[in-house]
Design a protein around this ligand. Structure first.
Ligand code: ADP
Length: 645
């Protein structure tokens, strides 16, 4: 049986566990969603920021070339005939080149600035081309590419002229590696048309180094970085490949990787696996010149705060759980502890011990209960004391009365004996015998009442002493044989001859018990026999277990009466099984006396067949000489008494 305390603790702990589990589940789902959104936002805004920064670079280049172009167009007003007049064209070109040079000087990352006239009309080397000399950062005139050397379709060598002209609008060309300067570059070119005629192109080359520097500065989370690819998926820059236009040095796998990556959607966060097999979040953004900036961060870093948060949530949950269980334990103990104490005190009350008080120092329900129980125990105590006092005075009254009754009865019996001895009249003698029989019965009843009151008061004592077994048996047989003879019943004895002759025990009480059994047997047997048997049920040390049995062929006891024959004193006045009004006291006394001598009375009875009362009692062995063959003893050979063999 589980205590209330355990039940409450189990219940609350279970409840708390479920609540904490639910809290953990919901918070994990919610925080995961929030952190996921947050990480997407962080990546997006980082990408936007860097795209803006890099686009500024392109924007300033575009502005420089547009300024050159606007200036060139404006100067046609001064030199309207520059297309036809050589001198005019030369002056026009000089003016534009002057401005172009100074614009290039002030443009971040500018490496070359140029104006190339239409080769079809002005020859293959017409225009100007300034480049920066890296060793002293001064702008110098470069030799113009002889366009007659290349076919118009040779995009690698003259694509910078024909592609923009063909397109008809400003264009960012694909990046290329300038071998002379050993610099990666990219060109912004505006085709120059005048009155429907193709004048040529104006352009500027800028170094990709600044761009790479900007990309190399990108940093998100712990190790999140960025890379740059062109529209075709060729890698322009990644910090793992810092040497120039590294795409040529890439393996097929690497090339394919960046090519494939462009298949993912731009402007949204994607989850993909990098070349080392690490999962990462990646966002692709198109730059102003059409290049793609990829910003990425490893998933485990992104999820790190998620994990930390989860650990913290778990810790908090565990702390909450433990503190809840602890407080519940304390609370339950505060409630249960007084209840437990009350239960212990109540158990003492149930055992009849009212010495302990219920401490009712509380004002709550437990206090009320405790006070009520206390009041109840006081009333009970009072009642018990009253009942005890009444019982004691009843016992005292019984004992007193019995004593008082015994004296006049003895006088009556003595006087009756006197009359019996002095008269010869058989009629009077008959009456005298009746008076003796009635008087003796009355005396034995009074003795029983006296014994009963002694047992009730606890004044009955067991007084062991040495006694001769044969004397006891002889007395018992003699006492009942006369009555048995009168009723025509045979009385047998079945005594184990090996029993020790002298025993130690309370022979008076044992005799009283057996006498009661024998008297009953005679009383409730109409015909047949009664057998008194005594056997040796075992010897331990200096003690012998004496097994006594009284068996009759009398009325027997009804099954429904079996349970009640030992507490029969309470049934005084009721009819016994033979229809007579019994005293209902003999067996009760016998059984109580036996229990005082650590034994118990056993009954076996078949209604209409007869009864068998038996007990085993331990007695000290004083003289082990066998009691011998009982049938041979002289005093037993007389009357109806006979020994069975
Ligand atoms: P009583 O004085 O009435 O015999 P006991 O206490 O000695 O009181 O016996 C209680 C009851 O048990 C008897 O009234 C009787 O009904 C039953 N009883 C006892 N001994 C026997 C027996 N040997 N045979 C049949 N009934 C018996």
């Amino acid at each position: 049986m589980r205590s209330i305390q355990t039940k409450i603790i189990l219940m609350i702990s279970g409840l708390m566990l479920v609540m904490v589990a639910a809290f953990l589940l919901i918070s994990t789902i919610r925080t995961n969603a929030i952190l996921n959104d947050d990480s997407d936002r962080i990546l997006l805004s980082a990408a936007d920021y860097y795209v803006n920064d890099i686009d500024d670079y392109f924007r300033s280049t575009e502005q420089s070339v547009v300024s050159m172009y606007n200036y060139a167009v404006k100067r046609t007003e001064i030199h309207p005939d520059f297309l036809n007049d050589k001198g005019e064209k030369s002056r026009y070109t000089t003016e534009i080149s002057g401005l172009a040079k100074s614009i290039a000087e002030n443009t971040r990352g500018a490496m070359a600035v140029y104006l190339r006239y239409n080769p079809d009309d002005f020859g293959p080397t017409s225009g100007f081309w300034y480049t920066i000399r890296l060793k002293d950062n001064t702008w110098v005139t470069s030799i113009l590419t002889d366009m007659s050397l290349y076919d118009k379709d040779d995009l690698e060598h003259v694509g910078w002229y024909y592609v923009p002209v063909k397109k008809g609008s400003p264009i960012w060309m694909d990046p290329y590696h300038n071998a002379n300067m050993d610099v990666d570059m990219i060109s912004y070119i505006i085709p120059y048309f005048y009155n429907g005629y193709t004048v040529g192109i104006l352009g500027m080359d800028i170094s990709l180094d600044l761009l790479k520097e900007s990309v190399s500065k990108v940093s998100v989370y712990e190790s999140g970085r960025a890379f740059l690819v062109d529209k075709k998926g060729n890698l322009i820059y990644h910090e793992d490949y810092p040497d120039g236009m590294s795409r040529d040095k890439l393996s097929e796998r690497e090339k394919n990787y960046y090519g494939d990556i462009l298949q993912t959607r731009e402007d949204t966060v994607n989850i993909c696996t990098d070349l080392h097999g690490v999962k990462q979040k990646l966002i692709l953004k198109e730059l102003r010149n059409g290049m793609i900036l990829g910003v990425y961060a490893p998933l485990n870093e992104i999820r790190q705060p998620q994990h930390t948060l989860q650990q913290q949530q778990l810790l908090v949950a565990v702390i909450i759980l433990f503190s809840a269980i602890l407080s519940c334990l304390i609370l339950v103990r505060t409630i249960i502890a007084p209840l437990k104490k009350m239960t212990a005190v109540a158990e003492h009350y149930a055992e009849g011990d009212f010495s302990e008080e219920m401490s009712a120092g509380r004002k709550d329900e437990v206090g009320v209960l405790s006070r009520s129980l206390q009041t109840m125990s006081h009333s009970l105590k009072e009642q018990i004391e009253k009942t005890g006092a009444a019982s004691r005075s009843k016992s005292a009254f019984l004992a007193g009365m019995s004593h008082e009754l015994k004296t006049p009865i003895n006088s009556i019996l003595s006087m009756n004996d006197l009359i019996y001895s002095e008269t010869e009249d058989e009629f009077i003698r008959e009456h005298c015998r009746d008076i003796r029989a009635a008087g003796t019965t009355l005396l034995s009843m009074i003795n029983s009442i006296l014994d009963f009151s002694r047992l009730e008061d606890g004044r009955m004592e067991i007084n062991p002493k040495n006694y001769e077994l044969a004397v006891m048996i002889q007395y018992l047989v003699n006492s009942v044989s006369e009555r048995a003879k009168e009723k025509g019943i045979r009385l047998y004895t079945d005594i184990d001859g090996s029993l020790p002759s002298v025993l130690n025990g309370d022979d008076v009480r044992i005799t009283q018990i057996i006498m009661n059994l024998l008297t009953n047997a005679v009383k409730y047997t109409k015909k047949g026999s009664i057998t008194l048997s005594m056997t040796n049920a075992g010897i331990t040390g200096k003690n012998v277990s004496l097994a006594v049995k009284v068996k009759d062929t009398g009325t027997g006891i009804k099954k429904e009466d079996m349970d009640r024959i030992f507490d029969s004193f309470t049934r005084v006045g009721e009819e016994d099984n033979s229809g007579n009004e019994g005293t209902w006291i003999g067996l009760s006394i016998a059984s109580r006396l036996l229990s005082m001598m650590n034994s118990r009375l056993n009954v076996y009875s078949e209604y209409g067949e007869g009864s068998e009362f038996s007990f085993v009692i331990r007695q000290g062995m004083v003289d082990k000489t066998p009691v011998g063959d009982f049938s041979k003893r002289s005093s037993f050979s007389s009357t109806n008494t006979s020994s069975k063999n």
